[in-house]
Design a protein. Structure first.
Length: 185
């Protein structure tokens, strides 16, 4: 088995002191040290996948403006980490500004992001706008940013949130091969 820290993969490490290939215990230990709420999902149709969601009961995560961090583990090894930014007290415009500031900061740190998608839909008096960007410093190593804004036309209100997804598709494929090997012929 390759240890998950493939050459060049360090170009994009997940935050919160985590590394590709870490076990769920590292994220659970961090959550326990900070008395954070943890939700564990074990999808029945995807054996080997574990999804661990960590959030504070009130306010952001320690040392961050993020509200939730969600780790995806295959065969007990981290291959994806999503960081969700939600602030019920912030306006949609303030969240859009935070998103742009973070995108600029990450561009300086990792390199320019390519625009992925800009979408606007209207359904049942709700307008949903999505803007997404990605950066792939090495093939299979992805950093994705997505901002979603929902406008309620009846109530004249807007809400926005955004997420950053750190994904090591190369490591996921490696773990999937290991999982397939465990199943046998």
């Amino acid at each position: 088995m390759g240890g998950g820290r493939l050459a060049g993969q360090a170009l994009l490490e997940p935050p919160f002191g985590l590394h590709w290939g870490d076990s769920p215990e590292k994220l659970l230990g961090w959550a326990a040290r900070h008395a954070l709420d943890v939700t564990v999902v074990l999808p029945g149709d995807e054996p080997g996948l574990r999804i661990i969601k960590v959030q504070a009961r009130k306010g952001p995560l320690p040392g961050s403006q993020a509200a939730v961090v969600e780790g995806r583990f295959l065969v007990g090894r981290l291959y994806e980490l999503t960081v969700h930014y939600v602030d019920k007290d912030a306006t949609a415009d303030a969240m859009a500004t935070r998103f742009e500031d973070l995108r600029k900061q990450l561009s300086v740190q990792y390199g320019m992001f390519a625009a992925d998608r800009k979408q606007r839909t209207v359904e049942d008096k709700f307008v949903t706008k999505t803007i997404a960007f990605h950066h792939e410093p090495v093939k299979g190593l992805l950093l994705l940013l997505a901002l979603t804004e929902v406008e309620d036309l009846l109530r004249q209100s807007r809400d926005a949130r955004f997420s950053i997804i750190y994904r090591n598709e190369n490591f996921k494929k490696e773990m999937q091969k290991e999982l397939d090997g465990m199943k046998g012929p």
